[in-house]
Design a protein around this ligand. Structure first.
Ligand code: PGA
Length: 252
């Protein structure tokens, strides 16, 4: 018998290199007022590393999760400038974004390194949000599925239970550009990803990311295999992030 799907959607904000501690705390206060304790959607925020600890304090007692934007795979040692799953857990992180396209493109992250990070995050009981996506050139060359499925396979290598991982499909050409994948094109990629996940596939959350805004969230989230959103620009303000969260609510 195949498993029945039951996937609580996730709306995660990736604040990237934005917001001071003071600005982050003000945003968290607004989010707690409007998006705390909602039934049927998980909300996660991803501040810069210097704001993780204070934001964790401000989120205490709330249902909102806390994501780091990156990690190293080792827990401790001579790795100047790095952070680790152990230390991120220590300050209250619940999630870690791994393999974001900006990390891959601007900071030279490889599939192998991304996989080591995914496994290190899982080993500490945290949830990796594993990002995958094709560039415009790859899409135009008809390589989208090959690239994306290759990144999924490499990122999950050696992972026993893929349902402990959240996947995020983010076409690189849609990130921060105002261009969104057409809902049906995104759905096609999401369905192909799910098709690769084996028995646990019905339980794996696959988020869409890339210029998700209040105006386009509902039609993206209505797609069968889109289980939430990873939101950059629109997550920096409560008045644009909260409507996206609401669009993910059952019947929203
Ligand atoms: P964007 O970023 O919503 O600003 O396009 C998404 C992301 O990079 O996660």
């Amino acid at each position: 018998m195949s498993e029945m799907p039951s996937r609580t959607p996730i709306v995660a904000g990736n604040w990237k290199l934005n917001l001071t501690v003071g600005e982050a705390l003000a945003l968290v206060k607004a989010l707690r007022a409007e998006a705390d304790g909602l039934e049927g959607v998980e909300v996660v925020v991803g501040p810069v590393a210097t704001a993780l600890h204070p934001v964790a304090g401000a989120l205490e007692g709330s249902s909102i999760g806390l994501a780091a934007q990156n990690t190293h795979w080792e827990d401790r040692g001579a790795f100047t400038g790095e952070l680790s799953p152990e230390l991120l857990k220590d300050v209250g992180c619940t999630h870690v974004i791994v393999g974001h396209s900006e990390r891959r493109q601007l900071f030279g992250e490889t599939d192998e390194g991304v996989n080591r990070k995914v496994r290190a995050v899982l080993a500490k009981g945290l949830t990796p949000i594993l990002c995958v996506g094709e560039t415009l050139a790859q899409r135009e060359a008809g390589e989208t599925l090959e690239v994306v499925l290759g990144q999924v396979e490499a990122g999950l290598e050696g992972v026993e239970d893929a349902s402990a991982v959240v996947l995020a499909y983010e076409p690189v050409w849609a990130i921060g550009t105002g261009k969104t994948a057409k809902p049906e094109d995104a759905q096609e990629v999401h369905a192909a990803i799910r098709g690769k996940l084996g028995q646990v596939a019905p339980r794996v959350r696959i988020l869409y990311g890339g210029s998700v805004k209040p105006a386009n969230a509902a039609e993206l989230l209505a797609q069968e295999d889109i289980d939430g959103a990873l939101v950059g620009g629109a997550s920096l303000r409560a008045d644009t992030f909260v409507p996206i969260i609401r669009a993910a609510l059952p019947g929203g």
